[in-house]
Design a protein around this ligand. Structure first.
Ligand code: 13P
Length: 248
């Protein structure tokens, strides 16, 4: 028994073009309705196009990052206010690719989540361990540390976030965490959310990392897995739709 509606989010990463995106979105909205909540997180330049394509449809959309700053001389950055202005509902923060390639710290990720909430966006806060950390039995410590920074900064508003558990070794590798491995970490994260916010049972925790149409249903059937954050398979309408159905 759960009151949590499943959520399936496509993270397009740095893929797409206006033409390809339009075709992808056509394929997704043609498959409406979904029992699960569906969303796509597009590259910044395409958000206005996505907004137009999603108008009047059930699909929500968002961005893959935002600035921790409100506004000002931050060349190249995009503020949470700008994303809200474009009708975004979600913004991914702390994706492992940004943590690794842009050296984003737990503290910066927390600041970004705070900026998102301040502008009415739902931050999808990503956590996850590397293969080395898993092999050294550090998984729980790492994900709890990453999440704790966000929970501490957000205080009472922490219950408004979505969490995404994405083991780094499963991203883009075709190597999915087993449902049991994922559930174990999700259970730990839910307990942490519950003790920090008192609302852990209502909060959504997504799994990400090589989710495909053929493994989605088993993952989403786990007690504490409330949907997915989908990379590669979100770029093909048929696959993304199938994953959405697996959550329904
Ligand atoms: P893949 O589904 O391509 O493994 O990517 C997962 C991911 O990083 C989603 O944010």
């Amino acid at each position: 028994m759960t009151a949590r509606r499943k959520l399936v989010v496509g993270n397009w990463k740095m893929h797409g073009s206006r033409t390809a995106n339009a075709e992808l979105l056509r394929g997704i909205v043609a498959a409406e309705p979904f029992a699960a909540e569906m969303a796509v997180c597009a590259p910044f330049p395409y958000l206005a196009d996505v907004a137009a394509a999603a108008a009047g449809k059930a699909i929500a959309y968002g961005a893959q990052d935002c600035s921790a700053h409100e506004q000002g001389a931050y060349t190249g950055e995009v503020s949470a206010a700008m994303l809200a202005d474009l009708g975004c509902r979600f913004v991914i923060v702390g994706h492992s690719e940004r943590r690794a390639l842009h050296r984003e710290s737990d503290g910066l990720v927390a600041e970004k989540a705070k900026a998102a909430l301040a502008h009415g966006l739902v931050p999808i806060v990503c956590v996850g361990e590397t293969l080395l950390q898993r092999e050294h039995a550090q998984t729980e410590i790492v994900v709890q540390r990453q999440l704790a920074a966000v929970l501490a900064l957000l205080g009472e508003r922490a219950c408004e976030i979505v969490v995404a558990y994405e083991p780094v070794w499963a991203i883009g590798t075709g190597r999915t965490a087993t449902p049991e491995q994922a559930q174990a970490v999700h259970g730990v994260l839910r307990a942490q959310l519950q003790s920090a916010t008192g609302h852990g049972a209502q909060m959504r925790i997504l799994y990400g990392g090589s989710v495909k149409p053929d493994n989605a249903a088993t993952l989403f059937a786990q007690l504490d897995i409330d949907g997915g954050l989908i990379g590669g398979a979100a770029l093909k309408a048929a696959d993304f739709v199938a994953i959405g159905r697996a959550a329904g």
